[in-house]
Design a protein around this ligand. Structure first.
Ligand SMILES: [Zn+2]
Length: 97
């Protein structure tokens, strides 16, 4: 919740975009630059995605980040939700047995 934390998130996001050359790693969509009042310039159609979702213990490290376009991110989000549900069920199962 601290400012430092969100600053680190921003750096991580930028590092992920740079490493992936501002391109979606799934469909090769090139990011379009847009402007927000606060940041000056940001990519409006790219998402820095956690490969292993944080809900499943994925870490905030560059190794766990990938650049996706909005479309691919939405698709992955649906798949992740499914995986997270299975993950949670297994966690519950482990607790109860
Ligand atoms: Zn894509």
């Amino acid at each position: 919740m601290s400012n430092r934390n969100s600053y680190q998130q921003k750096l991580l996001k930028e590092a992920s975009f740079k490493r992936d050359n501002f391109t979606c790693i799934k469909c090769n969509h090139k990011g379009k630059k847009g402007y927000y009042e606060y940041y000056g310039g940001v990519f409006i159609d790219l998402v820095a995605d956690h490969i292993i979702p944080r809900a499943m213990g994925g870490e905030d490290t560059l190794d766990n980040m990938q650049t996706l376009c909005i479309q691919c991110a939405l698709k992955k989000d649906r798949e992740d939700k499914h995986k997270i549900n299975i993950f949670k069920k297994e966690m519950k199962w482990n607790k109860n047995h």
